[in-house]
Design a protein around this ligand. Structure first.
Ligand code: ZN
Length: 297
C-alpha cells in the first residue's frame, strides 16, 4: 500500500495525517499554529517519526493551507503564504521548506481546495467533475473544482469575500470583514453571527431570527456561484452548517432566488442532491490533503 502525508493548515492548528485513504490511517496529530519557526519543524518531525515507528515510506505530501498563497508555478513566490493577516506567516516559503526537509513531491493548494478534492474522491462529490466545497465557520472559503482540478486562475478564488445584497432594514449589522465589512464572510461567518447577536452561533436556537438572515446570505452566495461556475454539486461544510434545518432552508431559498432561470432538473427537483453537507464531515480538509498528495503520485 502507498502512504501519503497530509497537512490541513488552519489559523489555530495544523491537522497532520499519514494515510492511504479514509479507511487506512496510520497516524494523526494536531499541532498548534504559532510561528513558522516553531510549527513547521514539529510537522516534519511527526512525519519522519511516523515513517520510522510504523516502518513505512511516504510517497508524497499534500499541503492544504490557509491563504492567500501563491499557486502560480511561473512566479518566484510559488509555494509561499503571501499577504496573510497572520503576520508571523506572511511571505513564508512553505513548499520549498517541505521539499528540502522531506525530499518528497509536494502538492500545494488552499485548505478549501484540498477539502473539495477529498469530497470528490471519497465524500459527497464523487462522480462530479465540476463542483464546489464551501466552508462556513470562523471564515468563509470555497474550493472550486473545474473539470476535476482546483481552479486557480490569477491567484485562487476567494468566494468568501463576494459581495451580496445587504438589506439594512432586515439586517442593520455593518459586518466584520476587515477589508469589506459586509461581504459574505463579513455578514455570514461564525464571528459575524456572534458579533451581531452577542452570543456564539451554536448557542442560538434553531428558530432564532439569526437563521433567516444567515440562510438569505448563504443562498445568495450559492445562487451567485451556481450562475458563475455552473457546478454539478455544492458541498456546504464548516461549523455553522451544523445548525439543524439550516441546510434545508438554504436549499429552498436557492431555488427561489434563482427564479427558475437555470432550467436544471437537478436544481429544481433534486436540490437535496445539488446542495449537500460533506460526506467526510469535519474530516474533509485533512483527508483532502491526502487526496491532494495523490495528485502528485
Ligand atoms: Zn471580505
Amino acid at each position: 500500500m502507498a502512504w501519503f502525508a497530509g497537512v490541513e493548515a488552519g489559523g489555530t492548528k495544523f491537522n497532520c495525517i499519514v494515510a492511504s485513504d479514509p479507511k487506512n490511517i496510520v497516524n494523526e496529530i494536531r499541532i498548534p499554529t504559532t510561528t513558522p519557526e516553531e510549527t513547521l519543524p514539529k510537522v516534519i518531525q511527526f512525519f519522519q517519526e511516523t515513517e520510522i515507528s510504523k516502518g513505512i515510506k511516504l510517497s508524497s505530501i499534500g499541503l492544504g493551507f490557509f491563504g492567500p498563497i501563491c499557486l502560480d508555478k511561473s512566479q518566484e513566490h510559488y509555494g509561499w503564504i503571501t499577504s496573510t493577516p497572520k503576520l508571523a506567516w506572511r511571505n513564508t516559503p512553505v513548499v520549498s521548506y517541505f521539499q528540502e526537509k522531506m525530499d518528497l513531491p509536494v502538492s500545494f493548494d488552499t485548505d478549501v481546495a484540498a477539502a473539495a478534492l477529498g469530497e470528490g474522491k471519497w465524500g459527497n462529490a464523487r462522480n462530479c467533475r465540476d463542483f464546489i466545497y464551501l466552508t462556513v465557520g470562523t471564515g468563509i472559503g470555497g474550493g472550486i473544482i473545474s473539470d476535476g482540478h482546483p481552479l486557480h486562475g490569477m491567484i485562487h478564488p476567494e468566494v468568501g469575500h463576494m459581495l451580496i445584497p445587504h438589506d439594512r432594514i432586515k439586517d442593520p449589522f455593518d459586518g466584520v470583514c476587515p477589508s469589506h465589512k459586509d461581504c459574505l464572510e463579513g455578514l455570514a461567518s461564525g464571528p459575524s453571527i456572534k458579533a451581531r447577536w452577542g452570543q456564539p452561533a451554536e448557542t442560538l436556537s434553531p428558530d432564532h431570527p439569526a437563521w433567516s438572515i444567515e440562510s438569505d446570505y448563504l443562498a445568495y452566495a450559492l445562487a451567485n456561484m451556481t450562475l458563475s461556475y455552473s457546478p454539478q454539486r455544492i458541498i456546504l461544510g464548516g461549523g455553522v452548517m451544523k445548525i439543524p434545518g439550516l441546510l434545508e432552508t438554504i436549499q429552498k431559498k436557492l431555488v427561489q432566488f434563482l427564479g427558475g432561470y437555470v432550467q436544471s432538473d437537478l436544481i429544481i427537483n433534486h436540490t437535496e442532491d445539488f446542495i449537500q453537507l460533506p460526506g467526510l464531515g469535519d474530516r474533509a480538509g485533512v483527508l483532502g490533503a491526502i487526496a491532494l498528495a495523490q495528485t502528485n503520485s
